[in-house]
Design a protein. Structure first.
Lengths: 602, 315
């Protein structure tokens, strides 16, 4: 948690506070929590002024009146004839006060421990954190019980117990952030200017740690009210005649079968207080630390959303195995869509290798992922065009048909083989899964086929390697696994999305020649995405150049390399350093970049 | 793996040592004369002298600790003066009942929490997600002892389908079906908060994982969506949920105190509450120590399971 919290601490405190509050109010649930809480606090603060009978005034004749029966006792009475509404208000007053007090005490002590521990570092930090770990080694409520056992039952002792039990949460969160701040430039500067440690902690570190303290307070306050009520319920907190919601509930339990409302009403009140605090707490956390926002990440669906407004354009390349016609893919953010691919048309003949080249952000990966509906969506959406795979429009297929063609007809190889392989399955299992997704084979046969594939991509000692996990392999070997998975079902098309970018140059060359060899042997079509013309020159028959979501030039690799038309292509080609180029490389590229600015100015 | 478990077991020793110091210190901090505080109304001069001798209260604090821990290690937790029997015997009698209750609740909250979390993530922003999110929020905001009373009212008083209290029927019970029958309400009540916490965490872990590159790889292979969610996403998400389940073991063991009181379950929590009000300090001390030690063990188990599930930590 503390790691994620560090990101937002550098934000200036002043103007952020206003926007944070606004942000908080934007969340409907948090606002509801805040309103209920303010209302409750107002009621309990005004309790002495409200026209209520004294909460301890007994009237044995009016025992156990049900709620909503008499106007005099709107919520009924308890076993001693005391007015429940009045007791509820006064009991809430005690519960809320004790809960908030416990929160403050825990925040104060815990934050001091966290600040000192994180700021001092080293041995002090180690010692203090081991102590905190010890406190956390106890089951939460048990330690509170032990403390109450030592101090004796009573409301104040319950307060101390709950506060102590919650200190570790503050200490740990505050320490985490302080640790990150302790050696930042502005803290060093303050130290060099001769400020004392206390003054640095107070004026430099604390303001940056404050959001974390607020977040922790808002997420633990509900717990603390719940737990103090719990101790009172057990008879270890508030002692009669003093009453909080917990002790009211505990006393009402004796009448559970005859007059359940005496126990139910105070419990309901605790529930309302805690749920409003939790709503507010979630809102505070989301507003102060968007990184932690619960479930803000939207889940990508199995297939990219297709929302074509125009009819699918006809297939202009019926002979091609893959033909993309005027593809438009964008990313929707609420009501508008930012286009990433604008009317791209491409085709890939059987057994051909087409290079798709462009700089990062040019839309080449989005184009590639659109082909089998793999653009994460939301936010991705395909807004137009058609993709003909062997004459059939992928974008018009039912979802199940599209999924069944993935890997069998069109296979992908992705860029970073460490993040693209599942961390908890062996490579053998992952290759076997690629086969099993399209062929029903026995366990043994699957394994044999997987090992055979690993051998084909020249992983040494494949049978033993099959039982290794991705993190145990080198980058080059991991990418070989990626290639093996792509080959598993003899697809017609392989789409390789920068498959060598994350690798060392020597490994890159090996992977390229392997890929080229397999492609020629198996007569597969290969769509090779890269930003490196050197790579294109090595393996591609044709090349398409992409810029800002559009194809700016396409042709035979040799032609494009020798006679590039578009200035962008010229620049990309110039970016490949040549042996012997030496000092002349930068001036040469600089000149071309200057022409780019002129272009933009026109 | 064996080496790892052995290493973790050894690492437990200082933790247990620390626990025992805290438990000892808490009891040593009792204001006033400890013997009188422990004995309360039973503080006759002979009793005070006996306690002082038993606990070595006439010696320095450090020495007192070592005498005490020495006795504890020999299985001597002292004698409960209210029950007039050895603390260890009483604690062990009660601990079984607590383990049954807490263990069942832990299994229940893990199953419900994981399932609810997965459904919530898969149906993100759909109605199922909204309902689960709301129920989870309500669940973790609810006093469990109050929920217990509500359930008793509904199932034991109004519908009369489940027993309101106890572990076995007073007459003729005592077998496993009878135990399970009595276990339903308390275990369900005890599991609510933990299930909520686990569901929340599972949801966010699943959403986090579903955005990872390896999920896209699985989809690119043509793996069915069901398999993507369970075999790939959940398999990776569970690794980060397991330690939280370990922590929930602590909340469940602690929360058992309320539930045992509400349902008159003859466990260690109910025993301790009674012991605190009768100032039977040695009994409280023994109970706290045993439950805390078992929690440490639970956490160790969670770590071992996590290690088994994640090859990256294993090697």
């Amino acid at each position: 948690m503390s790691l994620a919290l560090q990101d937002n601490v550098t934000a200036p405190a002043g103007p952020q506070r206003i926007s944070t509050f606004k942000l908080l109010l934007q969340s409907r649930l948090a606002s509801i929590g805040l309103v209920i809480l303010l209302l409750l606090v107002a009621i309990v603060l005004l309790a002495p002024l409200l026209p209520l009978v004294h909460p301890d005034q007994t009237a044995p004749a009016n025992r156990l009146i049900r709620p909503f029966v008499t106007a005099a006792h709107w919520l009924g009475t308890d076993q001693l004839g005391r007015d429940l509404l009045s007791r509820l208000v006064w009991g809430s007053r005690v519960s809320i006060a004790v809960g908030f007090a416990a929160t403050l005490v825990a925040a104060l002590i815990g934050s001091v421990i966290g600040l000192v521990s994180g700021y001092a570092g080293g041995r002090t930090d180690n010692l203090m954190m081991r102590g905190i770990d010890m406190l956390m080694a106890f089951p939460y409520i048990l330690l509170a019980l032990a403390i109450v056992a030592a101090l004796g039952p009573g409301l104040m002792n319950a307060l101390y117990a709950i506060a102590i039990v919650n200190i570790p949460f503050f200490a740990r969160n505050v320490r985490g952030v302080t640790l990150g701040l302790a050696h930042r430039e502005f803290v060093d500067a303050a130290r060099l200017s001769g400020k004392g440690h206390l003054s640095i902690l107070w004026s430099e570190v604390l303001p940056n740690v404050a959001p974390v303290i607020v977040i922790t307070m808002s997420t633990t306050a509900g717990w603390m009210i719940l737990e103090t009520a719990g101790l009172s319920f057990l008879g270890l907190g508030a002692q009669p005649p003093q009453a909080d919601l917990g002790s009211m509930l505990g006393e009402g339990r004796a009448q559970l079968f005859t007059a359940p409302h005496v126990a139910i009403v105070p419990g309901l009140m605790i529930f309302v207080i805690v749920i409003s605090l939790n709503l507010l707490g979630d809102g505070v956390r989301d507003a102060l630390d968007p990184g932690l926002k619960s479930g803000a990440l939207s889940r990508p669906g199995p297939v990219t959303r297709i929302d074509r407004t125009k009819p699918a354009p006809p297939n202009s390349q019926p002979e091609a195995i893959l033909s993309i016609e005027q593809l438009e893919t964008g990313f929707s953010n609420g009501n508008s869509t930012t286009p990433a691919v604008r009317g791209v048309s491409l085709h890939l003949d059987r057994g051909e290798c087409l290079g798709l080249i462009g700089e990062s952000g040019s839309g080449k990966s989005v184009t590639a992922l659109s082909i089998m509906g793999l653009v994460a969506s939301p936010p991705g959406v395909i807004t137009g065009g058609a993709i003909y795979l062997d004459g059939e429009d992928v974008l018009s297929m039912p979802e199940t048909r599209l999924i069944s063609l993935r890997g069998s007809k069109v296979a992908y190889i992705f860029q970073d083989p460490l993040t693209t392989l599942h961390p908890t399955y062996t490579i053998g299992q992952q290759v076997a899964e690629a086969i099993a997704a399209h062929q029903s084979l026995g366990r043994r046969e699957l394994r044999e086929r997987a090992i055979a594939l690993l051998e084909q991509v020249r992983i040494p000692d494949a049978a033993a390697r099959a039982d290794h996990y991705p993190h145990q392999l080198s980058g080059g070997q991991r990418q070989r696994v990626g290639i093996a998975m792509a080959l598993a079902n003899d697809p017609d098309v392989i789409i390789a999305d920068e498959p060598t970018t994350a690798l060392d140059v020597t490994v890159q060359a090996e992977i390229l020649s392997l890929l080229k060899q397999l492609q020629t042997e198996r007569r597969m079509a290969l769509l090779f995405i890269t930003h490196d013309f050197g790579v294109v020159a090595q393996i591609c028959d044709r090349v398409a150049v992409m810029k800002d979501g559009e194809i700016v030039e396409t042709g035979q690799t040799r032609t494009v390399l020798t006679r590039p038309h578009h200035p962008y292509t010229k620049r990309l080609i110039a970016c490949v350093p040549e042996i012997g180029d030496g000092d002349r490389f930068l001036p040469r590229v600089e000149k071309l970049m200057a022409s780019q600015t002129k272009e933009a100015a026109q | 793996m064996t080496a790892y478990i052995a290493k973790r077991l050894i690492a437990m020793v200082p933790v247990l040592f620390g626990l025992s110091i805290i438990v000892f210190m808490v009891m040593a901090l009792i204001p006033g004369d400890t013997a009188t505080a422990i004995l309360g109304a039973y503080a006759t001069p002979e009793n005070v002298e006996r306690i002082n001798r038993d606990l070595g209260l006439d010696k320095p604090l450090v020495q007192q600790y070592f005498i005490w821990i020495g006795n504890v290690l020999h299985g001597d937790f002292g004698r409960s003066f209210t029950l007039n029997r050895p603390v260890l015997a009483e604690v062990m009698d009660r601990f079984g009942a607590t383990l049954i209750l807490a263990g069942t609740a832990l299994v229940l909250c893990s199953l419900i929490g994981l399932l609810a979390g997965i459904v919530s993530a898969v149906r993100q922003f759909g109605w199922a997600d909204r309902i689960i999110t709301f129920v989870v929020l309500a669940g973790i905001s609810m006093p469990s002892f109050w929920l217990g009373l509500l359930l008793i009212l509904v199932f034991a008083v109004t519908w009369r389908v489940l027993p309101a209290s106890g572990m076995y029927a007073v007459y003729g019970g005592g077998d496993l079906p009878d135990l399970l029958y009595h276990l339903i309400l308390p275990a369900a009540t005890l599991s609510v908060v933990a299930a909520g916490v686990i569901a929340r965490l599972t949801r966010s872990a699943m959403l986090e994982v579903l955005r990872q590159d390896f999920i896209r790889t699985a989809r690119a292979k043509g793996v069915s969506e069901t398999r993507v969610i369970y075999a790939h996403a959940f398999r990776a998400a569970i690794v980060s949920v397991i330690p939280v389940i370990g922590i929930q073991a602590g909340f469940v063991l602690g929360g058992a105190v309320y539930i045992e009181t509400v349902f008159q379950w003859p466990g260690i929590g109910a025993m301790m509450v009674k012991a605190i009000s009768t100032r039977d300090i040695l009994l409280v001390q023994g109970g706290v120590l045993v439950v805390a030690a078992s929690y440490v063990l639970f956490n160790l188990m969670a770590d071992v399971v996590q290690t088994m599930l994640d090859p990256r930590i294993r090697t």
